[in-house]
Design a protein. Structure first.
Ligand code: NAP
Length: 525
């Protein structure tokens, strides 16, 4: 595919209306062709208006039609795998093989949502039949299903240029729900964005859907993002990125005359607690294993296990030694953007200013935007006294915390803000302490892992990628996994309807063959 750099607004390829940019290869610092168009408020208006026009027909597509569309996107992503992986690698400095895998996982995500749509359980079809003889007053027939919210704006993330970007889980789940998508592409990987955007655009056309089902816009500065959040026809927003950016967009959406939900995924240190028996039994294994996981994607992952906590005692020295020697093996690698590299350097410096001791460093950087792996240590007292030490350093840095005892471990656990995940390593003798720790973690995190690591994460029905603020702006939802569709649905009750006027999922004969809740009982098709 020859990249044109145009915006994709419905079926149209739109040239620049507000300047252009070129992508940057962060490994070589060379600019890469071609020029990519920036759009402005008029492009946003056109894309959102088309999405709104597409909404009625798209949100009423039947399960078979919508699922076939999602499968078609998966096919097109797979067909683009080589080209997409090459371009993503060029724009991020990360390996081609990583992106080939990411493309396949992303295609699989669309296929999983196609299955979910065919099953139709997400509609939550519920029937409370009429009770004409009920005393003291009869009950009318009530039926409920979930319906799509409307046009959704999705901010592509910088750190996973496929799976959290244009064709990422946000897009897959919004399209599965029946919501047209206007995608704000991240400027860190415009070429990879265009390849994915064109795959979806072609799938829309081949599936015979309204062109407004998908658009991709790009802009400079905050103007385009603000215009998207402000647009009166937008019904929901998703965002993955910094706490500052996410909260600016969240607050903006709440100040609209008609506030809309903004699902932000922002920051998490994913604390890993090693309990005493596990520490004594396998301290070295845990220390080395954690570092290997933490360095995935040059530490630029929302699930990076960034803070490792253990009580000083048998196994602590082995854990510390294994972790630092693993860090020392890691070559410095290019970070995603100059901005992300600069804030990594600043934030690592901040750890030192707040009293953290550097106990290990990876190989020296050889290029301007290489991130050097770093390992720091603090005491439990320091971590409790200095909130900044408990905050994310986005990049390949790990903080080891030496605790005085189990009481301090529990106190430190209570001090963390909301997290996407928390991990504990525990053996049978640790089960009493684990039972004390679990309720503390449940209040603060969306996923608790035992005797494994927070990376990798499954994309499945039971996945939660969410958690209390500031991990996300709404802990009731997940942004990854099949439950992600819930963000884009709302319930509607149909009361007293004749069968012929009911939506298909709620008709008496159950023509779609759905599992339904009938008078409080889950019933087979
Ligand atoms: P970001 O600065 O938060 O930007 C994400 C997206 O939102 C970009 O498209 C950006 O547009 C837009 N945006 C941000 N603030 C906005 C505002 N006030 N108004 C309108 N649009 C706005 O995130 P990033 O560029 O990906 O990386 C910056 C930092 O975010 C990283 O150093 C890291 O600390 C954090 N981050 C964290 C995670 C995580 O999973 N924990 C993931 C990615 C990034 P522009 O690019 O045009 O400004």
């Amino acid at each position: 595919m020859t990249l044109t750099g145009e915006l994709l607004i419905g079926a149209a390829h739109v040239p620049a209306g507000a300047g252009t940019m070129k992508a940057l290869n962060p490994a070589t610092r060379e600019v890469i062709e071609p020029e990519f168009a920036f759009g402005g408020a008029a492009d946003v208006d056109r894309a959102v208006t088309l999405a709104d026009e597409a909404f009625d027909s798209y949100s009423h597509t039947g399960p078979a039609e919508r699922a076939a569309f999602l499968d078609l996107i998966a096919d097109k992503l797979e067909a683009a795998k080589g080209e997409l992986a090459e371009r993503a690698s060029l724009e991020t400095g990360l390996p081609v093989a990583q992106f080939e895998g990411e493309t396949l996982r992303t295609a699989d995500h669309f296929r999983k949502f196609a299955t979910l749509v065919r099953q139709g359980r997400f509609l939550q079809a519920t029937i409370d039949p009429a009770q004409p003889d009920r005393q003291p007053s009869p009950r009318m027939d009530h039926r409920l299903q979930k319906v799509a919210l409307g046009p959704v704006v999705i901010f592509g993330a910088s750190n996973f240029p496929i799976s959290y970007s244009v064709a990422g889980g946000d897009t897959a789940s919004a399209l599965a729900a029946g919501c047209p998508v206007v995608l704000k592409a991240h400027n860190a990987h415009p070429g990879a964005s265009e390849i994915q955007g064109r795959a979806i655009q072609q799938a829309v056309a081949e599936a015979g859907l309204h062109e407004g089902v998908f658009s991709l816009v790009r802009g400079v500065g905050n103007e385009i993002g603000e215009a998207l959040v402000d647009h009166p026809l937008v019904r929901a927003v998703t965002f993955t990125g910094s706490e500052g950016g996410g909260m600016a967009l969240y607050r903006r959406a709440q100040q609209r005359p008609d506030p809309i939900p903004v699902f932000t995924e922002m920051t998490s240190v994913n604390p890993t607690f090693v309990l005493p028996a596990a520490l004594a039994a396998r301290g070295a294994e845990i220390g080395g294993g954690l570092v290997q996981r933490a360095m995935y994607n040059v530490g630029q992952a929302c699930l990076k296990p960034a803070i490792l906590l253990a009580v000083d005692g048998p196994g602590f020295a082995e854990l510390r030694e294994a972790a630092t020697s693993e860090v020392e093996k890691v070559a410095a690698r290019t970070m995603l953007t100059p901005g992300i590299h600069d804030s990594y350097t600043r934030n690592a410096q901040r750890l030192e200013e707040r009293g953290a001791t550097r106990i290990g460093a990876g190989q020296e950087p050889t290029r301007a935007w290489d991130g050097q792996s770093l390992m720091y240590e603090v005491t439990g007292d320091q971590l409790l006294a200095e909130p900044d030490l408990r905050e994310e350093v986005f990049g390949p840095a790990i903080l080891l915390v030496r605790l005085t005892g189990l009481d301090q471990l529990l106190e430190v656990a209570r001090a963390f803000r909301g997290q996407l995940s928390a991990t504990l390593h525990a053996e049978t003798p640790d089960h009493v302490a684990t039972a004390q720790l679990l309720p503390i973690l449940e209040r603060r995190t969306g996923r608790i892992v035992v005797n494994a690591f927070s990376i990798p994460q499954e994309v499945s029905y039971a996945t939660t990628h969410g958690g209390p603020f500031p991990a996300t702006s709404d802990s009731r939802f997940t942004s990854v996994g099949m439950g992600a569709i819930e963000r884009f649905l709302r319930p509607v009750t149909y009361q007293g309807f004749p069968d012929a006027l009911l939506p298909e999922p709620l008709r008496e004969a159950n023509p779609l063959g759905l599992w339904r809740l009938v008078d409080g009982e889950l019933t087979r098709p």
